[in-house]
Design a protein around this ligand. Structure first.
Ligand SMILES: NC(=O)c1ccc[n+]([C@@H]2O[C@H](COP(=O)([O-])OP(=O)(O)OC[C@H]3O[C@@H](n4cnc5c(N)ncnc54)[C@H](OP(=O)(O)O)[C@@H]3O)[C@@H](O)[C@H]2O)c1
Length: 256
């Protein structure tokens, strides 16, 4: 992997953990939401309904690093189901990044219907100290809620629905300041519409997907204020890594 922006590239391998370090949460004064996604060169978020067909070794390396750095991993139930989510595992080479914290970050799943397998690995096999969190609404089916609560920590984030802001603030109120949002596109769409995405880490995969696959951020509501020079949709490029034909870009919200 080579750092190609900002340049000039140093002689040795890039300091990946330094490049992706979160800003000091105390200085930020609020939780920091980092969205992490991969897309094809023509903008598709999935191939045959999964993101795996887009990935490569460098992307998997950064995916693991971002998990090691995170306080909590926030994901929509659609992605948890499609991608068969399991509890996170942190590779030995990144274990030092967890000093003073549980060995792995918990996964927090946002779901209204609670169509989650209570006996499946995501809920039933999470390690102590990183139990899976399920964020849902008061109106979720009561029987499913009771079943899910046997294995996971259930957070009620609203009466009939959970807004993206309520989900983020529920995690922040439990001490999670470094929030890694791994999608999917509809969850990210809500976060973007609420101006809650501080950072976007996106891998551009050397693939033409074509077809009808959606984008990495989708939803009915556009980013408020649009992408104008000072609008909340405006990003600044923090760095670009290259690995073979893959580009790994980190953007921060302008002014953040
Ligand atoms: N390219 C990438 O990096 C990447 C990353 C992630 C996912 N993906 C792909 O994206 C696809 C899935 O995308 P998606 O947009 O449908 O999934 P998503 O955003 O992960 O999930 C949508 C689901 O999340 C729950 N949800 C979202 N917002 C909610 C809210 N405010 N309150 C309560 N529940 C909420 C709902 O679950 P319930 O139905 O349980 O109520 C909703 O059906 C898959 O093909 C996956 O492979 C790609």
């Amino acid at each position: 992997m080579r750092l190609i922006y900002p340049g000039p590239a140093g002689a040795g391998p890039p300091d990946l953990a330094g490049l992706y370090a979160y800003p000091d949460p105390a200085a930020a004064g609020r939780p920091w939401v980092r969205a992490s996604m991969i897309e094809s060169a023509d903008g598709a978020a999935a191939v045959d309904g999964l993101s795996g067909g887009l990935g490569g070794p460098a992307d998997r390396e950064i995916f693991g690093l971002l998990r090691a750095l995170a306080g909590v991993i926030l994901v929509g139930a659609g992605t948890a189901r499609a991608e068969a989510y399991r509890p996170a595992r942190v590779a030995a080479r990144w274990a030092a990044l967890r000093a003073g914290r549980p060995g792995t970050p918990p996964i927090a799943v946002l779901s209204g219907r609670l169509d989650l397998d209570p006996a499946g690995p995501l809920l039933a096999e999470a390690p102590d100290g990183a139990r899976t969190i399920v964020i849902t609404a008061e109106s979720a089916p009561a029987a499913r809620r009771a079943e899910v609560a046997r294995h996971a920590d259930v957070i009620i984030g609203g009466e009939h629905e959970v807004s993206a802001a309520a989900a983020v603030s529920a995690l922040a109120s439990r001490g999670y300041r470094e929030i890694l949002a791994e999608g999917g596109p509809h969850l990210l769409g809500q976060l973007a519409a609420a101006s809650l995405i501080d950072e976007l880490c996106v891998t551009i995969s050397p693939v033409l997907a074509g077809g009808a696959a959606g984008r990495i951020i989708q939803g009915a509501a556009p980013v408020p204020g649009g992408p104008g020079p000072a609008g909340p949709g405006r990003l600044t490029l923090a760095h670009v890594l290259a690995d073979g034909d893959y580009l790994l870009c980190r953007y921060a919200r302008a002014g953040s």
